[in-house]
Ligand binder design. Structure first.
Ligand SMILES: [Zn+2]
Length: 301
């Protein structure tokens, strides 16, 4: 190859790299066989650049592998390895060989280093792909894309496709409205609650100077949404009033009680049968959890 030919080859390969046309692979395959190491190096580099332009990964990787593993010229090898890394998961088949390259002593340490970096990149791309595979809508099991994933997990801590997300939002809103509608009993301190039992409990806490949050925002425990009736921040204690007696309600109650327990949350459970002696029972249960009653030791409600 004379100097003019060499110069033309270099110019052509640079052009192909810059052009961003994935069809350039055909010509680059030929240039990758040239005797000039400079042309081969630039061709390997250009094939890597075309990854971003949508070049056929399978074909590109197939061209790069022999160069990356066997080219006599370490710099050509290095550029082919770098380009393989750019193809990420598309170059999975060469991962093992790259890892071997890292471990095998090479006269040029930069070859091993580059192989290490490329292998890392391929492994990360594979891991990301694997992760994406798991991202399915928790309701309809459809694969969700990245936007759907961030939208739903940002709001619900659960993965939803856009369709199920919207549905869940509407349902949640309706439910919130229904709950708010049911709060029509006012405690001494003016908090609106849902039932006589809750009113009595709230007023007992108020009489004892215990600051509480009623029907606080949903708390997530082990992926379940818990909406505690009362939460007393000073004691870090939750109070649930289990007001119904149907089998279904009770089943839900046991699940929730287990969740509190397994997560080390302090829970005081109160039932309708406790209401006649509420002051005494609340006092005892809260004292067992570290509460010191007012000065006279008597509960005030
Ligand atoms: Zn869905």
């Amino acid at each position: 190859m004379d100097e003019v030919q060499h110069h033309e080859g270099v110019q052509r390969v640079l052009e192909l790299g810059r052009a961003g046309n994935p069809d350039g692979l055909v010509e680059l395959e030929e240039l990758l066989q040239k005797p000039s190491p400079e042309i081969r190096r630039l061709a390997a580099s250009a094939i890597g650049k075309l990854a971003a332009d949508g070049a056929d990964a399978e074909r590109a990787v197939k061209l790069l592998i022999p160069v990356a593993l066997k080219d006599r010229h370490p710099q050509v090898q290095q550029y082919a390895i770098k380009s393989l890394g750019i193809y990420g998961a598309g170059a999975a088949q060469v991962l093992r060989d790259l890892e071997d390259l890292v471990k095998t002593p090479h006269p040029k340490t930069y070859v091993c280093k580059t192989a290490g970096a490329a292998a890392t990149r391929i492994r990360e791309a594979l891991a990301y792909q694997e992760e994406q595979k798991e991202n399915r809508c928790s309701k309809c099991n459809r694969l969700v894309d990245f936007d759907e994933y961030t939208r739903s997990t940002g709001h619900f801590q659960r993965i939803y496709c856009d369709h199920c997300y919207d549905e869940t939002c509407v349902r949640r809103r309706n439910w919130e409205t229904k709950v708010e509608d049911k709060k029509n009993l006012k405690t001494v301190e003016g908090v609106l609650v849902q039932s006589k039992g809750e009113k009595q409990i709230a007023e007992c806490l108020e009489a004892n100077g215990l600051v509480y949050r009623y029907d606080d925002r949903l708390r997530i425990i082990e992926g379940f949404q818990i909406r505690p009736d009362f939460y007393i921040p000073a004691l870090d204690v939750y109070i649930e009033y289990w007001g119904m007696d149907t089998p279904r309600y009770k089943a839900g109650m046991y699940v929730k009680q287990d969740l509190y327990m397994h997560n080390g949350k302090k829970l005081v459970s109160l039932y309708p049968k406790d209401l006649p002696e509420l002051a005494k029972i609340i006092t005892e249960k809260l004292q067992a959890l570290g509460w010191r009653a007012l000065a006279n030791g008597e509960s005030q409600c």
